[in-house]
Design a protein around this ligand. Structure first.
Ligand code: AMP
Length: 486
């Protein structure tokens, strides 16, 4: 197996970074480089093109930002004239949240330089962005759709770009940004450095690289089926009705201060957040039905520590950089095995240790089998010993439903618990594109579900294939802890 993305290697002091950058890095508390940084920074400093396979959480933002800023510093100037601050580096990302995060990091790294940076993304007023662009910025972070709007309005001129970064390139292609990317790249000078980062090197990504990168150096630090070795992973066999109880018990027993809780549907997300909140846990929900403003507020509250549990769907949480979350709960086993890796990538980042807990219920056999295939490891299920050890099980009559839900939360939650067919309808993770798709407020483009995000056939009615895992679930035998730190 390849090296984990979080293993630290060389010290930043070996890099001879310019003083303003070294100062900023020291202030952020970085001492050693992550593997992607150790490999990419020296290459980018030489001006070569790079094709990097690295996920969010591996330190890739600093891996491209620091050498890029170092090179831009050669022609740094303190003039206030906009003409003296043309766009020299362009960073493209698929979502506004990601763009915002990367822009914030760039600002921190460039804090002690005269280089200016700005971010533009859709769903926000063009005017403030226009004013910033007109003032002149050397580093422009953007989502493709909104950048094209600014190019068309002649607010952004890209004729002097020396560096372009295509970050999360696989996601950009998934969303359908290829035509926009092609147009944007056609405005850039041919003589430039191009850096492409992607979680996978799919044939589409390779085609993109062949068209736009010149003799790139390939850097690979973590495969998408690898999970960080610092994450302690547990899979618990739990009935649907016991999940909230199990969650609360683990949070309490482990003394967990903050956690992400992933669910598969928007409705499930809202319902769970509501009921945890009622039970006195500081909780907020992040899902596709929330307005952009609500999402940013939820995120800010979580980052500020005002909220303990962030209950989220995969689509809403994709790519968010919230570091040092002590734990991730998979309240539902993800529909896509790769989402498991993305989800638990939010804990155990940049060297910190983390806990990932997955609740597996009786109908999840097929999903767990997919997960085992991706991780190339057997998933062993553990039983939970409840502190309050009365018999549990499916809610099968009105009185019991009322009583149990009363113990776990609001009785109304049990009464409006979704039946399987309703669950199917409320799933958010796999939206199908309507004929005339509105602009998705989360991305700045109509959402186009990638082929890989379609639900497997068995979810649409066919019976799940029998699996060894579901046999384990039935037997509820206690098995040794799963593949812990390796
Ligand atoms: P990224 O993969 O760029 O989203 O980075 C993930 C997180 O790791 C960010 O919050 C960074 O601030 C942090 N980080 C990046 N590089 C380092 C480093 N060398 N040491 C410690 N933390 C880092």
């Amino acid at each position: 197996m390849q090296q984990s993305p979080v293993v630290m290697t060389d010290s930043f002091s070996n890099l001879s970074l310019a003083e303003p950058l070294a100062r900023a890095v020291a202030e952020m508390g970085y001492e050693t480089m992550t593997p992607i940084q150790a490999q990419a920074i020296p290459v980018v400093l030489t001006g070569r093109d790079v094709m990097g396979a690295a996920q969010t959480g591996t330190g890739k933002t600093a891996a491209f930002s620091l050498p890029l800023l170092q090179r831009l510093l050669k022609h740094e100037n303190s003039s206030t004239s906009p003409a003296r601050h043309p766009v020299r580096a362009l960073v493209l990302l698929p979502t506004r949240e990601l763009a915002d995060q990367v822009a914030q990091q760039v600002k921190l790294y460039a804090k002690y330089t005269n280089l200016r940076s700005a971010v533009v993304f859709g769903g926000m007023d063009m005017k403030p962005q226009t004013l910033e662009l007109k003032r002149g910025v050397e580093v422009l972070v953007a989502t493709p759709g909104r950048l094209l709007d600014h190019i068309e309005a002649k607010n952004a001129v890209l004729g002097q770009v020396e560096y372009v970064v295509l970050d999360e390139a696989d996601r950009m292609l998934d969303i359908g940004f290829l035509p926009d990317l092609q147009r944007i790249l056609s405005y850039l000078p041919k003589q430039r450095t191009t850096l492409l980062f992607s979680a996978t090197f799919s044939p589409e990504i390779k085609r993109l690289a062949n068209s736009y990168l010149k003799d790139p150096v390939t850097i690979e630090v973590a495969r998408p089926n690898e999970t960080a070795s610092t994450v302690e992973q547990h899979f618990y066999s739990v009935t649907d009705d016991d999940k909230r109880r199990a969650l609360k018990q683990i949070v309490r027993q482990r003394g967990i201060t903050q956690a992400f809780v992933f669910v598969n549907s928007k409705l499930g997300c809202a319902r769970l957040a509501r009921s945890l909140e009622r039970e006195g846990l500081k909780t907020t929900a992040l899902h596709g039905d929330k307005s952009q403003d609500e999402r940013l507020k939820a995120l800010a509250a979580f980052k500020a520590g005002e909220v303990d549990l962030l209950v989220a769907t995969d689509v809403a949480a994709r790519g968010l950089d919230i570091k040092d979350v002590p734990a991730v709960f998979n309240f539902d086993v993800p529909f896509n095995a790769e989402d498991y890796v993305h989800r638990i990538g939010r804990t155990g980042r940049a060297g910190a240790s983390g806990l990932a807990v997955t609740f597996v219920s009786g109908s999840d056999g097929r999903l767990v089998a997919d997960l085992e295939k991706l991780l190339k490891k057997k998933v062993d299920l553990e039983a939970i010993e409840y502190e309050d050890d009365r018999p549990r099980g499916r809610i099968n009559d009105g009185r019991r439903a009322w009583r149990e839900a009363g113990e776990l939360g609001d009785p109304r939650d049990a009464l409006d618990a979704p039946r399987p067919r309703e669950r199917e309808r409320e799933r958010e993770a796999r939206p199908s594109r309507p004929a005339a798709a509105p602009r998705d407020p989360f991305f700045d483009q109509p959402y186009q579900a990638p082929a890989t995000e379609q639900p497997p056939a068995w979810e649409q009615g066919a019976k799940p294939a029998p699996s060894r895992v579901s046999a384990n679930i039935k037997s509820k035998r206690k098995v040794p802890a799963l593949f812990k730190a390796q």
